[in-house]
Design a protein around this ligand. Structure first.
Ligand SMILES: [Zn+2]
Length: 202
């Protein structure tokens, strides 16, 4: 029974999968052909082997730079800061944003032991200091932790003496059009486009 228990335990660690669903999936997989199971196992391995963070923005990619950073039509002077790579997907689906991104890799959560050292803030600062970034839009989630993270990012950016270019750096926050506590990831495209358009200086 331990092979069944092992897989059910691993599956139940996935978001939205309880113990019962994990067992149901495990029994379903048992009924599949060996070939099908091998394909699933191989794609899981390939995923962790190939996918890595973009060297510039920490979005997920199979190359050194992600497709957005490589795109010459994107405005490299406009950087949207998000918590997770999945937030990029949500903003891209809204279809309005023409700048580039910076993925923090989470949000400040002292109770869970997540401090600034766990986020990519230092990389953001050096990116802003060395490049021609004119505006940073802080698009962390409208939760308490997301707001605290936004304030932290803004304060750190404020300490930079220069953004590397001639003009001053503008730091903005997306508008509160999104439901409080709701994740950007689950917001609809129109709400995201509106929240971006109505952003305000911090
Ligand atoms: Zn990138």
């Amino acid at each position: 029974m331990s092979a069944i228990d092992d897989l059910a335990t691993e599956l139940s660690k996935l978001p939205g999968i309880g113990r019962k669903t994990a067992l149901r999936l495990t029994y379903y997989l048992l009924k599949q052909s060996k070939e099908q199971s091998r394909r699933l196992a191989e794609s899981l391995l390939t995923l962790s082997d190939r996918v890595r963070p973009c060297e510039r923005c920490f979005n997920l990619t199979e190359d050194t730079l992600c497709a957005i950073c490589r795109d010459p039509r994107r405005d490299q002077s406009l950087v949207c800061v998000v918590e997770e790579p999945s937030d990029i997907g949500a903003i891209e689906r809204a279809g309005e944003f023409r700048g580039v991104y910076h993925v923090l890799g989470g949000r400040l959560a002292p109770l869970d032991g997540i401090g600034p050292e766990h986020l990519t803030v230092v990389a953001l600062l050096s990116r802003v200091a060395s490049g021609d970034v004119h505006e940073v839009i802080v698009a962390t989630n409208p939760s308490l932790e997301g707001e605290a993270t936004a304030v932290y990012v803004q304060r750190e950016l404020g300490r930079l003496s220069s953004n590397g270019g001639g003009s001053p750096l503008i730091v903005t926050r997306i508008a509160r059009g999104l439901p409080v506590g709701g994740d950007l990831e689950y917001a609809d495209g129109a709400s995201i486009a509106q929240a971006l358009a109505a952003r305000r200086a911090m």
